[in-house]
Design a protein around this ligand. Sequence first.
Ligand SMILES: Nc1nc2c(ncn2[C@@H]2O[C@H](COP(=O)(O)OP(=O)(O)OP(=O)(O)O)[C@@H](O)[C@H]2O)c(=O)[nH]1
Ligand SMILES: [Mg+2]
Length: 204
Amino acid sequence: MIIKNVELETVCGITSKLPENQLPEVAFAGKSNVGKSSLINALVNRKSLARTSGQPGKTQTINFYNVNKEMYIVDLPGYGYAKVSKEVAAKWGPMIENYLHTSRQLRMVFLLIDLRHKPGANDIQMYRWILSNGFSPVIVATKADKIKRSQLKKQLKQLEETLKVIEGVPIIPFSAVTKQGRDEIWELIETYALGEEMEISEEE
Ligand SMILES: Nc1nc2c(ncn2[C@@H]2O[C@H](COP(=O)(O)OP(=O)(O)OP(=O)(O)O)[C@@H](O)[C@H]2O)c(=O)[nH]1
Ligand SMILES: [Mg+2]
């Protein structure tokens, strides 16, 4: 994908109505601090389009990024952030589930899991929601640069076993630092969300 332009088009808070977009949407879900915003920046070659933070809980809204007026990248709020108020914590679930359930343009859901840690109860729930809403998830194992090569296999196995990943679900090791996995993610988006028949012109 050649990125010609990308802009944050819609920001939805807990009470906002979801946009009725006409272009295909691809969403990124995952625990707070797992690297969703960093991955989105890497995908669109921007350093700080999606705000990232050392402090978890940065993205508490659903953010729709219009890419090339061809598709949307959707940054979902991070879950599992302990310091968020109970009130907010109780709302992330319904907010994400409502989006998964009602969006007509959503084509793919990527679930990000930190390669260093065992998936938690929230991750398992998110994985099940994706499946139960009829989407075939793609798992992105983030922060791959932070583990030793020799640990990779073991960590991937733990991830697979904890989530009980079903056959055919891709697991892509990714690093926002080295950009490992970036091209693979775009390939999947182009194939499954945009359709191979779609012409991606290089100029406009
Ligand atoms: N080493 C390394 N650090 C990363 C990577 N991806 C993200 N980080 C760091 O992890 C922290 C959180 O990244 P974000 O992209 O803000 O995470 P997020 O999932 O958007 O977090 P919320 O918005 O809170 O849900 C930041 O300090 C990033 O710099 C990666 O691939 N490698
Ligand atoms: Mg974020």
